[in-house]
Design a protein around this ligand. Structure first.
Ligand code: GLN
Length: 203
């Protein structure tokens, strides 16, 4: 964790389950890359009272059923839903951010994004893959890592679809929020973290 006396942007990575440290590290590196940000803090968020001071929250990849259960156990559902900053959601995070999940009653979605999501849309763990995809807002394609990934099969009118595969929507933006079916936090390419932060701060 990086702390500084004059924090100008604070990002809480939901630290209940999943690839939390990878997200913290990726955001720290992305924030370091952006001019005009002098001070920042990225930390593992576990308690409802930690949400208010955040500019953004990340919901990591992992197991959405487990994260969903732990969100309720830790009284985080209402404060996350009421949060006015940006939410960056990857893979299991995208499942949780949805307004509707198809053929699944185990995950209680947070309705952060107007997306209808299908879990494990590409099959099981062994069907994980990498693909180079075009993303609106990025000059060059992005090498994306998909691990038991979801897709969104439909999006509401307020959603900007920024990336697709044949099976469905894999990257989307709604207001300050971004949902990705893949794992940018696992690679070295931080352009999507940077895009999220720039959109959040109107840079
Ligand atoms: N398939 C997982 C789920 O729906 C997500 C996998 C991931 O985050 N890599 O919970």
């Amino acid at each position: 964790m990086r702390c500084s006396p004059n924090v100008e942007i604070k990002i809480g990575v939901l630290a209940l389950q999943g690839d939390v440290s990878e997200h913290i590290c990726a955001f720290e590196r992305a924030l370091d890359n952006i001019d005009n940000i002098n001070n920042f803090e990225v930390f593992g968020l576990k308690k409802p009272e930690e949400i208010e001071s955040c500019n953004a929250i990340a919901i990591p990849g992992g197991e959405s059923t487990t994260i969903s259960r732990l969100i309720d156990k830790n009284n985080l559902r209402s404060p996350i839903k009421a949060f006015k900053g940006g939410i960056f959601a990857t893979c299991a995070g995208m499942v949780l951010s949805a307004s509707k999940i198809i053929d699944d009653n185990d995950v209680k979605p947070l309705s952060i994004m107007d997306l209808e999501v299908k879990r494990n849309a590409f099959g099981r763990q062994k069907d994980s893959f990498e693909s180079t995809i075009a993303i609106h807002g990025l000059a060059e394609p992005f090498r994306a890592i998909f691990i038991r990934a979801p897709v969104a099969v439909s999006a509401g009118p307020g959603v900007r679809i920024i990336g697709r595969l044949e099976s469905g929507i894999v990257a989307a933006v709604q207001d300050k929020n971004m949902a990705l079916a893949f794992h940018p936090e696992l690679g070295n390419d931080l352009r999507l973290h940077e895009l999220f932060i720039k959109n959040l701060l109107n840079f």
